[in-house]
Every structure is written in structure tokens, then in C-alpha cells.
Design a protein around this ligand. Structure first.
Ligand SMILES: CC(C)(COP(=O)(O)OP(=O)(O)OC[C@H]1O[C@@H](n2cnc3c(N)ncnc32)[C@H](O)[C@@H]1OP(=O)(O)O)[C@@H](O)C(=O)NCCC(=O)NCCS
Length: 178
């Protein structure tokens, strides 16, 4: 059983946060071959995004660290406003990853609990997040916490869509309905 504590991430964790984010990316890309791949320039962007999160007052990046203070897992929470919608305030959870050797020991739950405290302090009632279809670990974990899917992001090539539209058009013209 790993012994760990939860703390806020700092700039000195940056290299490790990039490492964990790349491992998460590798995990989700392996879960679904249709997913957009991270291009080499995306790695530099990833570092920049993490730096922005660390300095964003509306975001909280937590890490679960071992006795040597090395991050073994991470989770990000972000306050999102949706003007003109109900609810107009929501808490978005992203970039949740636990080192494979440390899974099943409550690290993710402790991280998510920490995010919930942050959201409660900001009076956020509604929580949302996304997972990639095929990422069974994420699906099982999040549905276990009560998250239910509401939107499907679908992907096709324009060529395939045009071919299907041509087939529909040709069916309709042969049966006289166009
Ligand atoms: C999903 C993930 C973050 C869970 O981390 P974890 O530290 O192992 O989770 P916890 O130990 O806190 O699990 C708490 C509970 O969640 C449930 N759970 C966790 N992983 C699960 C899994 N793979 N399948 C089913 N239930 C799971 C269990 O009920 C568990 O309680 P239990 O140990 O008493 O049975 C981790 O497996 C991971 O990093 N996966 C790869 C990255 C990923 O998919 N991240 C989510 C991106 S959206």
C-alpha cells in the first residue's frame, strides 16, 4: 500500500506533470485509435497549458505525492462560467492520472475529494468532465462516482460523409422521391 499525501502542484513539479500528462495521453490514445494524436509541437503546448493552469486563480492542480514528495498522480479542477445557461457555474475536472503501480489504493479518490473541497469553496454545485470512448478505466471510475454521459463527440472523414450523401441522393432519385 503506497503512503501518499495530497498537495497543490507548484512550478517545481512541471517536468513531472508533463511526464504524467504524456503517460495519460498515451493511455487514452491506446484506448481509441480514432482519437486525434498529439503532434510533436503538442508536447511543447502541453507544457505551456500546465504552466497556465498553475498560475490560473480559477484552477487547481493537485498532486498525490509519495514520501519523497514525487508526484504519483494528478488531477485538475477548473471553474467554468457559462453565461446564459443554467447552471451558469460549473466545475470541470481534467487530467486525472495515477501511476499504474499506485492504482487501486485511493489516490484518485483523494485527489477528487480535494477538487470537491475547492469547488465547494467557490460555491460550485455542478461538475463535468469528459472521457474517451474505449477508456474503460475512466468510464468505470467516473460512472462509479455518478457521472453520466450527455454528449458524444463523433468523427468521420469528409470523403466518407460525401460518399454516404451521394448514396442517399442516388437511392432517392431511383425510387423517385427526389
Ligand atoms: C481512473 C484512475 C484515475 C483511477 O485511479 P485509482 O487511484 O486507481 O482510483 P482509486 O483507487 O481512488 O479508486 C477508487 C474506487 O474507484 C473504483 N475504480 C477505480 N479504478 C477502477 C477501475 N479500473 N474499474 C472499476 N472501478 C474502478 C473502485 O470502486 C475504487 O474503489 P475500491 O478500490 O474500493 O474498489 C486510474 O485508473 C488511471 O489513472 N487510469 C488511467 C488514466 C485515466 O483513464 N484517467 C481518466 C481520464 S478521463
Amino acid at each position: 500500500m503506497a503512503s501518499y499525501t495530497i498537495r497543490q502542484a507548484t512550478d517545481s513539479d512541471l517536468d513531472r506533470l508533463v511526464e504524467l500528462s504524456l503517460a495519460l495521453r498515451e493511455h487514452v490514445e491506446a484506448s481509441n485509435p480514432r482519437l486525434w494524436r498529439l503532434a510533436p509541437e503538442g508536447v511543447a503546448r502541453l507544457r505551456q497549458e500546465i504552466e497556465e493552469t498553475l498560475s490560473n486563480p480559477d484552477a487547481l492542480l493537485l498532486v498525490a505525492v509519495g514520501p519523497d514528495d514525487r508526484p504519483l498522480g494528478m488531477a485538475t479542477g477548473q471553474i467554468r462560467t457559462r453565461p446564459g445557461h443554467v447552471p451558469s457555474l460549473s466545475g470541470y475536472i481534467a487530467r486525472v492520472f495515477v501511476e499504474p503501480a499506485c492504482r487501486g489504493q485511493g489516490l484518485a479518490s483523494a485527489l477528487v475529494e480535494g477538487l470537491c473541497t475547492f469547488f465547494a469553496e467557490r460555491d460550485v454545485q455542478d461538475l463535468s468532465l469528459g472521457w474517451v470512448l474505449g477508456n474503460r478505466e475512466a468510464e468505470d471510475y467516473w460512472t462509479g462516482l455518478g457521472f453520466l454521459p450527455i454528449i458524444v463527440l463523433a468523427d468521420a472523414t469528409r470523403h466518407d460523409v460525401e460518399a454516404k450523401l451521394a448514396a442517399i441522393r442516388s437511392r432517392r432519385s431511383t425510387d423517385g422521391s427526389l
